[in-house]
Ligand binder design. Structure first.
Ligand code: SF4
Length: 169
């Protein structure tokens, strides 16, 4: 059931913007799937895929290049992606978590470290965050971890990337 699938959850109120998660992701995946952004108030924050229960990116891709894998991760099948000019998935993501690359693969997104999951490991960024800001937990557990501070910090990041707010998970 989708509610039991594990997702990444970053508590922006704990995050110090050190960029370790982006660097670790680049080390593990060659092309980083977490990208730092500087919010309007000058704070660095990582943008990342929330592996939505109803992923807009998958809905809009006419080639069916984005799908959910058996662990519930929303993955981009690069062999099916043609990097179309509309970049519909990139625009549709409410979390600005699909990224253009300068490599052969034109787009990149988090797959919750699929290679590591095959080995029984979790996403590489989780253990390396020096602040314990990243959790790899079931969606319900992620919601239970929310605090007033984390919700406020999340709202600040969302206001930065989409002034009208996220379209919903
Ligand atoms: S590693 Fe942790 S503290 Fe550093 S930017 Fe990423 S989430 Fe924030």
């Amino acid at each position: 059931m989708s509610g039991e699938h594990k997702i990444l959850s970053i508590d922006y109120s704990k995050c110090i913007g050190c960029e370790t998660c982006e660097s670790v992701c680049k080390f593990a995946n060659d092309t980083p799937r977490i990208h730092m952004t500087r919010t309007r108030d000058g704070v660095m924050a990582p943008l990342y895929c929330h592996h939505c229960e109803k992923p807009n990116c998958a809905l809009v891709c006419k080639r069916g290049a984005i799908r959910r894998d058996r662990d519930g991760a929303v993955i981009l099948q690069t062999m099916h992606c043609r990097g179309c000019q509309t970049k519909s998935c990139l625009v549709a993501c409410p979390f600005a978590a699909i990224f253009e690359t300068d490599k052969g693969v034109m787009l990149a997104k988090c797959d919750l470290c699929a290679n590591r999951r095959q080995l029984g490991l979790g996403p590489a960024c989780v253990d390396m965050c020096p602040c314990g800001a990243i959790a790899y937990v079931a969606r319900a557990e992620a919601e239970a971890l929310e605090t007033d501070a984390s919700r406020a910090a999340f709202a600040r990041v969302m206001e930065h990337i989409k002034p009208s707010g996220p379209a919903g998970k």
